[in-house]
Design a protein around this ligand. Structure first.
Ligand code: ADP
Length: 161
């Protein structure tokens, strides 16, 4: 069984994340979408909300499992018996950060490989932080996030503002 881990904060999950996840789900028997409990960012979503949204957004993907983790991602990958981690690479700006992360993780656990997948062109400049900014300004989000995230903003966030 070839199982891969796709870790991130998914704050919130976007169509770019789902694009990468979809590609990974076609390459591996099982993909664990691993939601980090710590975001280190000013967020609209707590861990439970991020998990629920990831679960709803991946509902139709039978070989995708959503889990949360805390601590080192390589420890979680090992615990889940994943020797491959997936990360997405967008524009050049991602490269240096992702490379240093991959090399650090390799140093910590040499048996775990990081594989980079490139999204479709239309998601190349899409990020969760961009979505959070757009949502603050109540911009339409249909082209950027899956329906559960839109519903969440409409039901839980917008009514308070
Ligand atoms: P983190 O906070 O750990 O960077 P994110 O949840 O923002 O995690 O992203 C998880 C992974 O998905 C990262 O490798 C990131 O580069 C990638 N990613 C995020 N948005 C996109 C996108 N639009 N297209 C492709 N990859 C993406």
């Amino acid at each position: 069984m070839h199982r891969a881990l796709y870790p991130g904060t998914f704050d919130p999950i976007t169509l770019g994340h789902l694009d990468i996840l979809n590609k990974a789900a076609h390459m591996f028997d099982e993909v664990i979408l691993a939601v980090a409990d710590y975001t280190g960012k000013d967020s609209n979503f707590n861990l439970e909300e991020r998990l629920n949204l990831c679960n709803e957004a991946t509902n139709g993907m039978p070989n995708v499992k959503v889990m949360s983790f805390s601590g080192l991602v390589v420890d979680f990958a090992q615990k889940m018996e994943c020797n491959t981690m997936i990360r997405g690479l967008r524009a050049v700006s991602d490269f240096e950060y992702e490379l240093s992360l991959a090399l650090t993780n390799k140093k910590l656990k040499p048996q775990i490989e990081t594989i980079f997948l490139v999204p479709s062109l239309k998601y190349m400049y899409l990020s969760s932080s961009m979505v959070r900014q757009l949502a603050d300004l109540k911009a339409p989000l249909t082209d950027f996030v899956p329906p559960p995230v839109i519903r969440f903003y409409e039901q839980k966030i917008y009514p308070k503002t």
